[in-house]
Design a protein around this ligand. Sequence first.
Ligand SMILES: O=C(O)CCC(=O)C(=O)O
Ligand SMILES: [Fe+2]
Length: 256
Amino acid sequence: MMLDVGCLDETCLQKLANEEVLAIRLKHFLPGPLARKIGNKILAPGFEGYLNAPSIGRIGMAFYEAQNQPPLIEDYFERASANTAELRARCAPYSSPVDTLRCLLDEAWPAGAHLETLYGRKMYAGLSRVVKPGVCFLAHHDIFAKDAPDSFQARSLEAQFACNLYLNMPTEGGALQIWDHDISPERFDEMRGDSYGIDPALLGPPTLEIVPQPGDFIMFNSRRMHAVTPGLADPRLSLSFFVGYRGNASPLTFWS
Ligand SMILES: O=C(O)CCC(=O)C(=O)O
Ligand SMILES: [Fe+2]
């Protein structure tokens, strides 16, 4: 169900796309101490909460937060390049690991990989996500077409992968849980009501539970339900973006 890989290549990406595996993990993409160091640099100037999930912190804005509201969608695109610059500045003198991952995915995929364009505008890739100790990141799925229902671009995805590079981890907990069974978008929206997610206990035991180490990179099928267990003592920081897949002959695309 999970594939440990030594590098990102076409074969492992295809296994994820074909749903032969739920997740792939590249252990020690960054050495642990370097991951923590970059993590602390990113956290130092502070961060804000998600508009629609205030218990989760973030630097940059996720497209998901715009929730189909034109003024927020405008904000998202307006801030995209400043958010990219901000992440690079916080990582300096190290390169932003998201930039490196974008290059590696482009190199690994025969048709290449590039930033997603939506409504003719470049999207932002590289959200820093902070989950404070004791907070459960509720179970949810991520489906681009739900966030941009009027977009052919979003509807044309054949698969969507959540990509996370873990920088800081709590001393205990903070596990990524993934469930194999699908919940339809309609059923999930009914279950969650006004919340962004649902109590993971409603889903029974997860198919996969991974406690990432600082420096690990994990890619998983974001259309499957997933959640993060509460952590102890330290904040859990990851750099997060999505990869869109439109078949083997098409480029992969990135956005947050
Ligand atoms: O932080 C994680 O392990 C997963 C977060 C998540 O929900 C996502 O990347 O879509
Ligand atoms: Fe998610």
